[in-house]
Design a protein around this ligand. Structure first.
Ligand code: GLC
Length: 471
């Protein structure tokens, strides 16, 4: 379907000497075409909900599924037994965090943390480079902020929880191998390896006296951080550079892993890896030719197709590809294509902020394009078209994220009194994203559903510390 619609777009190029009326008409036609491609009908949403539930079942059963449904080996437990100093390391994107947590009877008393930017040569380099950088950063943190933590014979070996936000096949709470990199990482020597072992070796080599006792995904950390304060926390969701969710599932449903299944009714956290939903067949996802362009140019072609529609790594890029394509067809000023030629130069933050511009004259959009990209637009109809495209890209992402949350709650039969812990820049910083998200959830689940979305800042790291404390 999307191909046919795109053909209309191919036909409506505009050239020099054309009247203003004709250009306006063509811009409206282009926007109508894009709106048809980017807006998801309630029927389509419902179809996706059921397909997602289908994939959840298949994934749990170990059958072919686009959802990996990975066991976390975290089980529901009383939280009061957690006590002492714990460290958490949070690796999931370009930033890496070291967090020190003091916990008393399940209560987080104090935290301190430092953030380090992972140099690009380690994101795309070798295993020793990446893990060496991590261990050195931990040592730097301890030396500067808590030197006693590493004094031999002075303190106990400190337990550490490792949030590693990539698809991992876990063998136990403290072992798991990377299935494949996502979000632009390509570091060699990690895929198929136990990342706990890699981290422990790097820490030992750097003379950091800590033991990695728990490994978790960022969604799992986010859920557990909330669960320590709110027993109705049912899902952990990340809508940031990447996108994913986890939820409490009955162990007995985890048919593919007898070790988990034997725990019966006890609830355990499942990392869905929903970013990969519907990737192989693209059965029901509303992908357009623009999404195909973004996918083809990514390092993981054909994978994470759902994530590529909704996460912060890609939203700006989708908008950019559309804008450049329209500009090349004469439907937007030529300078748009010239200045936005470089892939990923138009960030999701730019796209999100422009989507929220409601000022008459769209002066915010005008200034951002001028100051950041040197695009000086004379024609206000160009500004409106650009703003509306950013709105379409944003709303589709929010609708899809809402669909995934609703589907998960339906599968888990937790649509009443449910707290959803959410973190990530797209959710937190994109204006109106949250409103569209919650409206979509309500539209799918109906008015009687009782679902709260809460922002769980830094939950991914804190949760790892809590899990380490319970280990
Ligand atoms: C990617 C990763 C996933 C993570 C998500 C959010 O989708 O594969 O593990 O949870 O990004 O950071």
């Amino acid at each position: 379907m999307s191909k046919r619609l795109h053909n209309i777009l191919d036909h409506i190029s505009s050239g020099k000497g054309e009247s203003k009326e004709m250009k306006d008409l063509k811009q409206r036609l282009a926007l109508a075409t894009l709106t048809a491609q980017f807006t998801i009908s309630p029927e389509r949403l419902k179809e996706m909900v059921y397909f997602m539930i289908h994939e959840m079942h298949e994934g749990l059963a170990g059958k072919k599924s686009t959802l990996r449904m990975l066991p976390s080996f975290v089980y529901k437990k009383h939280t009061a037994s957690a006590d002492g100093v714990y460290y958490a390391l949070d690796l999931g994107g370009t930033n890496f965090r070291v967090i020190r947590m003091l916990i008393r009877q399940g209560e987080l008393i104090s935290t301190s943390s430092s953030q380090f930017t992972i140099p690009i040569e380690h994101m795309k380099g070798t295993v020793d480079g990446l893990f060496g950088f991590i261990a050195t950063s931990v040592l730097k943190f301890i030396t500067e902020k808590a030197p006693d933590d590493n004094k031999k014979g002075y303190s106990r070996t400190i337990p550490l929880g490792f949030t590693f936000s990539f698809p991992v096949k876990q063998m136990s709470l403290n072992s798991g191998s990377l299935i494949e990199w996502t979000k632009g990482f390509t570091t060699t020597g990690v895929q198929g390896e136990d990342v706990v072992r890699l981290l422990q070796q790097a820490l030992d080599k750097t003379a950091v006296d800590m033991k990695v006792v728990a490994l978790c995904n960022d969604t799992v950390g986010t859920l557990i951080a909330r669960y320590f304060r709110d027993e109705h926390a049912q899902m952990g969701v990340i809508l940031g550079t990447g996108a994913n969710a986890c939820y409490w599932e009955k162990s007995s449903a985890v048919v593919k892993d007898p070790n988990v299944q034997k725990e019966g009714q006890r609830e355990t956290v499942i990392n869905m890896e929903f970013g990969n939903f519907d990737s192989q067949c693209v059965h029901c996802l509303p992908v357009t030719v623009f999404d195909d362009i973004v996918d083809k140019a990514s390092p993981n072609v054909g994978a994470q197709r759902f994530e590529k529609l909704i996460s912060g790594m890609y939203l700006g890029e989708i908008s950019r590809v559309i804008l450049v394509s329209l500009s090349k067809n004469g439907l937007l000023a030529k300078s748009v294509a010239d200045r936005l030629e470089k892939p990923y130069s138009f960030e999701s933050r730019d796209s999100g902020l422009i989507s929220a511009d409601r000022l008459p004259g769209l002066n915010f959009t005008r200034n951002l394009l001028l100051e950041k990209f040197g695009i000086n637009l004379q024609d206000s109809s160009d500004l409106y078209l650009i703003r509306n495209i950013c709105v379409l890209v944003r709303n589709r992402a929010a609708q899809l994220a809402g669909m995934a949350i609703a589907a998960t709650l339906l599968k888990a039969e937790k649509t009443g009194n449910a707290t959803i812990a959410v973190d990530g820049s797209v959710y937190e910083k994109t204006p109106s994203f949250r409103a569209v998200l919650i409206n979509t959830i309500r539209a799918i689940l109906g008015e009687e559903a009782d679902v709260r979305l809460v922002l769980q800042k830094e939950g991914s790291g804190h949760g790892a510390g809590f899990i380490a404390a319970l280990a």
